[in-house]
Design a protein around this ligand. Structure first.
Ligand code: FAD
Length: 384
């Protein structure tokens, strides 16, 4: 690429902002168009695994992100009564695989760090893209407010409902996973709460995750099998969730009761697509490979994508070729994670009592070599 090239990014989410930082660090001219009229406080938490931290390190912002995060120490999978089925010393695993630790962070804190790393004026808010056209000379982007903008290349980081994916791949369809999810953050921690344990508890058709954050806060998520877009599920408040989680082990019912505000959404992904690169336009992050959250890898993959795109754009004289290389490099990894996460979610949401007790027994017998292979796959990411 020549040094006058301008890259436009659609979407100022985790992926788009990370890409903008990575490109600016390589002195590449970049602008982010974000549809939101203003930044809203972003709810709930996020797990950032060692692979995402590795990508942040590559662009020099790892320490700033980690300052806001809490190291994930012990990760435990429990049954509804609280019995540990499998327990992992996350710090020991990170050491063994040569990555900085896994972290949990509040989304708003991550967002603030990313925004703070950009040159002022990089992000234009209230810019909902409604269409774009590419020609031999560049890309013209059209916004809902009637304005247009020109760039040499366009990176679509516009999330799971990506307008760019709809236009380029012809599929805007998301897949409903069969379970719905509530998320919350509370600093009202019950007595005896262990801030060094991140856990997931699997019941029958219902599960709950607990993720300690900094500043004595805890992030939790709770999933229940349900019909898609059920207005009854949408209307539930924290106390109503005790109908599903009231008989889960301590401190689950108390954590739910002590949360004021919850966020609800159905769990969806997109069936893996076969192309990310389309001439001067490329899809990344959730726009390219939205996944169910069961492996905690959606944002991690978006962060990896951002760093890979920036590295390829810098090293490759032809940016369209860089986009094709990005697709080739990333499609197998992201497809595998989307598929594995889908399967994991199905198993975690089993309802049948016999099947769930067999499942729980089998989990406690999984050999270390199997889990080590999974860790190796996640952490051994190549970013160049
Ligand atoms: C319940 C739940 C829990 C999760 N937990 C984890 C976790 O622990 N770890 C993890 O790694 N991931 C997790 N994820 C996934 C993670 O949130 C996403 O993968 C990640 O946010 C994707 O980032 P993105 O930048 O690609 O897209 P988004 O974050 O969706 O950002 C897209 C941006 O584009 C903007 N936009 C959309 N359309 C337009 C348009 N037409 N014009 C302009 N702007 C537009 C949007 O306003 C938004 O700001 C979770 C997801 C869910 C639902």
């Amino acid at each position: 690429m020549n040094n006058k090239t301008k890259i436009a990014i659609l979407g100022g989410g985790i992926g788009g902002l990370t890409l903008a930082i990575a490109l600016q660090r390589k002195y590449i001219d970049v602008v982010v168009y974000e549809s939101a009229p203003q930044w809203k406080p972003l709810g709930a938490g996020l797990g950032l695994a060692g692979n995402a931290v590795k990508a942040f390190r590559e662009i020099g912002i790892e320490q700033d992100v980690l300052k806001e995060g809490k190291v994930i120490k012990n990760v435990v999978l429990r049954n509804k009564k609280g019995k540990a089925l499998i327990s992992t010393d996350s710090e020991e695993v990170s050491r063994r695989f040569g990555v900085v630790n896994n972290f949990a962070i509040h989304r708003a804190d991550l967002h603030n760090v990313l925004i703070g790393k950009l040159k002022s004026g990089t992000v234009q808010l209230d810019k909902l893209c409604v269409d774009f056209e590419q020609s031999a000379d560049g890309v013209t982007i059209t916004f809902k407010d009637g304005t247009k903008s020109q760039a040499d290349y366009l990176v679509a980081a516009d999330g799971i409902h990506s307008i760019a994916r709809k236009k380029l791949v012809g599929t805007g369809k998301t897949r409903y996973a069969g379970y719905t999810c509530w998320r919350g953050v509370t600093d009202n921690l019950p007595a005896g709460f262990n801030p060094d344990e991140t856990s997931e508890t699997w019941g029958q058709g219902a599960r709950m995750g607990i993720v300690p954050l900094t500043k004595d806060r805890v992030y939790w998520f709770a999933c229940v099998n349900a019909a898609a877009n059920d207005p009854m599920m949408r209307s539930l408040g924290p106390v109503d969730l005790l109908a599903f989680f009231g008989d889960f082990h301590a401190p689950i019912p108390d954590i739910i009761k002590q949360t004021n505000k919850i966020i609800w959404n159905d769990i969806i992904d997109i069936e893996p697509i076969k192309r990310f690169a389309f001439g001067r336009v490329v899809l990344m992050g959730d726009a390219a490979h939205a996944t169910t959250p069961n492996m905690g890898q959606g944002a991690c993959m978006a962060i990896e994508d951002a760093v890979v795109i920036a590295n390829l754009v810098e090293s490759c004289p032809d940016t369209e070729e860089a986009f094709r290389m990005f697709e080739e490099k990333r499609i197998r990894r992201t497809t595998k994670i989307v598929n594995d996460s889908w399967q994991l979610g199905k198993m975690a949401q089993w309802e049948n009592p016999l099947m769930t007790s067999l499942r729980n027994m089998a989990i406690s017998l999984v050999p270390k070599s199997v889990t080590d292979n999974q860790f190796k796959f996640i952490y051994d990411v190549s970013l160049k």
